[in-house]
Design a protein around this ligand. Structure first.
Ligand code: NAD
Length: 379
């Protein structure tokens, strides 16, 4: 029986990971620690929390006393740290919060683990550690900076972040590696490309575009839309983390990528075309549309769901041009590869949003509206 501390599991990837590991492993119990910021939604994981295998604690990863209490009570074997401020645009508005959560929060968890897991000292003065424990840091390809038209990020690419978000994630990675080198702490890091899939907060590109289409709103695209991202279906990412945590080599970094590079504008066009097609094939979905014009057959029209909805807005400051991951190491060592083709994943994702509008409304009421207006009003 392994006991996990999974932080940030009320957010997008963490929630998918929680559902994945609970379904995959019978012999585990999981404590979720999440501060429930605007990006965390307890409703997403409510059905998973049974207080037998899965427990929820509302709290901040920066809280030292809470971390110690949780270690004392649950005797964790694994920590998987998803908790973070994760949105680049918000980091440009308020960098300090990102440094606080992403760097100091990581350091606080590492220290709590160190206090709980160190058993003594070896002859050279290095700490000795409880057997079979592991701290796993969920990181991002953004730590490597930006690529030109050619090449891929490997694990040895120099770290060169550009946004306050990526700088904070880079610092966290470096702190994790410092604990490996200084204390010989058993750690691993995964650096992943852009994820997409269910439960993605609609401030990020794909869910934002889906939401705006369903509401008949314009689709804001930064700059000329030519920035390239590598997209990975979230469940494939969760599988990679599960493998690295259990079978990855201690002290190692693994890049996780989708081999699926697309320009932002391609993503937006594909999303428009897919929603149009799905609403043609299943007219029932048209009832979700907020804009309900009828065509001459008396059906809800979808003629307006086309590329004329796209509006180019002022570019993000310091917008990285291209990210692309080389996942050879995780493929060769652990047999992982991105199983879900983008064409399949995007249909699954859109279908999930079409069928879970109550979730979208719940997470985007209140503060989200104010944020959206502030971000896009003057662009
Ligand atoms: P998210 O913003 O959807 O969720 C973050 C979660 O962390 C939320 O539930 C939030 O309430 C919680 N949280 C924030 N601050 C906290 C604090 N101080 N204490 C406790 N909980 C706190 O993020 P996500 O997209 O699921 O990303 C998860 C992780 O994966 C992050 O570390 C992110 O950097 C990394 N990552 C994300 C992507 C992506 O495409 N989304 C890609 C690569 C890496």
């Amino acid at each position: 029986m392994k006991t996990y501390l999974v932080t940030g599991a009320a957010g997008f990837i963490g929630a998918n990971y929680l559902k994945y590991i609970l379904a995959k492993h019978d012999d585990i119990r999981v404590v979720v620690l999440d501060a429930l910021t605007y990006a965390g939604n307890l409703g997403t994981i409510a059905s998973d929390i049974d207080n037998e295998r899965c427990f929820f604690v509302k709290g901040d990863i920066c809280d030292r006393d809470l971390a110690d209490q949780l270690f004392a009570e649950y005797k964790f074997d694994y920590i998987v740290n998803f908790a973070a401020e994760s949105h680049v645009d918000r980091s440009i508005e308020n960098p300090q919060l990102f440094l606080q959560t992403n760097i100091l929060g990581t350091q606080n968890l590492l220290d709590a683990a160190r206090r709980a897991w160190v058993t003594g000292k070896d002859e050279n003065g290095y700490p000795t550690w409880r057997k079979d424990v592991r701290y796993h840091q969920v990181s991002t390809d953004e730590v490597y900076g930006s690529l030109g038209a050619e090449g891929f990020f490997t694990e040895t690419t120099p770290l060169c972040p550009h946004s306050p978000y990526s700088a904070s994630k880079t610092s966290a990675d470096m702190i994790v590696m410092a604990y490996r080198d200084t204390y010989k702490m058993p750690v691993t890091i995964t650096r992943c490309s852009n994820n997409y899939g269910p439960y993605h907060f609609p401030e990020k590109l794909i869910p934002l575009i889906i939401k705006n289409i369903l509401e008949g709103k314009k689709l804001p695209v930064y700059g000329d839309g030519k920035n390239v991202r590598d997209w990975l279906y979230v469940e494939d990412h969760c599988k990679a983390i599960d493998l690295v945590l259990r079978k990855g080599r201690e002290g190692e970094v693994y890049n996780v990528g989708g081999h699926n590079e697309k320009e932002n504008i391609q993503i937006v066009k594909l999303t428009i075309a897919t929603i149009h097609r799905m609403m043609t094939e299943t007219p029932e979905y048209r009832k979700i549309l907020k804009k309900k014009e009828l065509n001459d057959k008396g059906e809800i029209s979808i003629d307006w769901i086309n590329e004329s909805l796209i509006t180019f807005v002022k570019d993000r400051l310091g917008h990285d041009q291209r990210y692309a991951i080389d996942p050879t190491k995780i493929t060769n060592e652990l047999g992982w590869y991105p199983e879900t083709k983008f064409e399949t994943g995007i249909v699954k994702t859109i279908q999930w949003y079409l069928e879970n509008q109550a979730w979208v409304e719940n997470v985007t009421s209140g503060d989200y509206q104010k944020y959206y207006e502030r971000m896009y009003k003057n662009r």
